[in-house]
Write a protein that binds this ligand. Sequence first.
Ligand code: FNR
Length: 193
Amino acid sequence: MQGTVKILGIAGSLRRDSYNRAALAEAQKMAPEGMRIEIFSDLGAVPPYNQDAEKDTPKAVAALKEKVRASDGVLFVTPEYNYSVPGVLKNAIDWASRPYGDSAWEGKPVAVMGASVGMIGTARAQYHLRQMFVFLNMHALNRPEVMIANAAEKFDAQGNLTDEKTRDKIRDLLAALTTWTIRMKESQKVVIA
Ligand code: FNR
């Protein structure tokens, strides 16, 4: 029988009232049967990347890598800054990919979503993340794409996601990520006769 798929959720904003952190918290609550989302909440503790520091991995980086490795898959929830991925998120991705040959991201199934106050809903940032997945050899879920535009209208003052269509989209994404993660895991064991 299938166990529970463990997903590490990482939101790329440090802002207290972040829409992306709120979206990830909602996703955690909406996780379907057969999936559990753990939220990585220490992004702000990850120091600026410095290759000189790779020999003595900072604690926060070691903790991130351990959590990524313990997960079956990853869910990034990214804001869009200047048409791309926020520096704090890119920085954490860079750290956990190093030293060369010891990337924690290697082979992980991954899904993306994001919320923006603008009309494009983080599409550009999401595609920049997807480009990184190629080099990181992460297995990206193609669809559904969840781009939460005009976020200020979709969350209430307490950070609850009140827009039903967006809630449905996230549910669809989580269901697809569950299936995708299981398929990826199984494919690593399959022998083609
Ligand atoms: C933004 N914002 C923004 N929005 C967008 O749709 N495209 C963009 O390129 C940018 N660029 C940008 C740069 C910087 C430095 C900031 C601080 C903001 C607005 C962004 O969508 C908004 O601040 C969100 O609320 C950020 O996400 P969180 O913090 O709410 O999760």
